[in-house]
Design a protein. Structure first.
Length: 411
């Protein structure tokens, strides 16, 4: 379909996709799911620290949360292409809810130990490894095809808004009532998400097949991405963003405390600046994606812009300049990655949807690797160099991809 035809049929309203009952229920459920997810992560970190007072146990928590996602994500993508996605989503959400309810029960009974929390964190993220590709694969079954780009952009709003709101609300509850309240919020939000998802009514995707061996299906998905230059390039953009671009988040305490002398207040402001920019970027794409005549150059220019803004941020002499740059970083980051996600979800073959999207979402689970690289560079040189290096890698990768005629011709 020509782009002019798509513009004629694509709804122009910023919230057009919410006109679909199924997507509206899913989106409200996503808000609850993300709130529970943020509350879980903040509360687990606080409780592990409160019980152990040992930084090493926080490292163990990071491993318990990260390893299951990396190990099981691709398997989750295969499963999303084999079974009813709605049933799988309800199953993972139910198991996640039970896990959070167990954490709440142990805490309120006063018998929780660090070992309990580590096991529960590993279980929760194992379920999430199957949840993420299933959730992404289900969206095209919830909304009409012309509204899919808008639905994908709107799906970013809960994540960006929760970046600013979720940790703050959870932190206030923990400060007032202790970790029990944090787990209560996480479990309650998860129950609400499950209740909303249970009202969805979708037909099974006829392209799904459970007839082939899972290993063969996994290799088929990996082979498709490896052979298709456009998909491989766009997923590489997400990979560079996670490993190099967002590694700066780990180093923000150094900027706030050492470079700007603003302490915890400055740290909160720097995080909020990225969140504000990201939220504006999401709304911009949701409102004006149909006006972008050449999405290929636009998204690649967005990636270049993010990298350049990071490099400027790394040299910021003042807090004011740093906040402005992080607003731009957040905006550019969301602006181009939302378009990447839209293209992938709109163009991936239906029978491979779960597997390809699991590869794409796996990139985000490599964020701890980016934090490790940034930390090593900061220790070897300094934090400014580490952030500048990450920004340069994002810019260089996007600049090289911009030379591709196939990517510039994306429509």
């Amino acid at each position: 379909m020509a782009r002019s035809d798509r513009q004629a049929t694509t709804p122009r309203s910023t919230f057009a996709a919410l006109g679909s009952r199924n997507y509206r229920l899913y989106w409200l459920g996503l808000i609850c799911y993300v709130l529970g997810h943020r509350a879980e992560y903040v509360t687990l970190a606080w409780m592990v620290w409160e019980i152990s007072r040992d930084p090493l146990h926080l490292a163990y928590l990071g491993l318990a949360q990260g390893v299951p996602l990396v190990v099981f994500q691709l398997v989750g993508g295969v499963l999303a292409d084999r079974v009813d996605r709605l049933r799988l989503l309800l199953g993972t959400q139910t198991l996640t809810t039970l896990t959070l309810a167990t954490a709440f029960g142990l805490t309120i009974a006063g018998v929780v130990r660090v070992e309990h929390l580590l096991v529960l964190a590993a279980l929760s993220n194992t379920f999430r490894a199957f949840d993420e590709p299933t959730r992404l694969s289900l969206v095209p079954q919830l909304v009409e095809r012309p509204r899919l780009p808008n639905a994908i952009a709107l799906g970013s709003i809960p994540w960006q808004a929760s970046r600013m709101i979720g940790p703050s609300v959870t932190g206030l509850l923990i400060a007032a009532f202790g970790g029990t309240a944090g787990f209560a919020l996480a479990a309650g939000a998860s129950i609400a998400a499950l209740a909303l998802y249970s009202q969805l009514r979708v037909h099974a995707d006829p392209s799904q097949s459970a007839g082939e061996p899972m290993a063969r299906q996994l290799l088929e998905g990996l082979g498709f991405v490896a052979r298709d230059f456009v998909f491989a390039a766009l997923i590489t953009l997400a990979l560079f963003n996670a490993v190099f671009g967002l590694s700066y988040v780990t180093l923000l305490p150094i900027f706030a405390d050492t470079y700007f002398g603003t302490g915890s207040t400055g740290f909160g402001l720097l995080n909020a600046a990225h969140g504000i920019g990201a939220f504006v970027g999401t709304i911009t794409v949701a409102s004006a994606a149909h006006l972008i005549a050449r999405p290929g150059p636009a998204l690649l220019s967005g990636a270049i812009g993010m990298g350049l803004a990071l490099m400027i941020f790394s040299t910021s002499p003042s807090m004011t300049m740093a906040l402005g740059m992080l607003v731009l970083v957040g905006f550019a980051n969301t602006f181009y990655l939302t378009q990447v996600s839209t293209f992938i979800q709109s163009n991936v073959p239906d029978r491979l949807r779960g597997r390809v999207l699991s590869i794409y979402s796996l990139c985000w689970n490599l964020l701890p690797l980016g934090g490790l690289i940034g930390g090593v560079l900061a220790a070897a040189v300094d934090a400014r160099f580490a952030v500048a290096f990450g920004g340069a890698m994002v810019t260089l990768n996007a600049g090289l991809l911009l030379t591709s005629k196939r990517l510039r011709a994306l429509a």
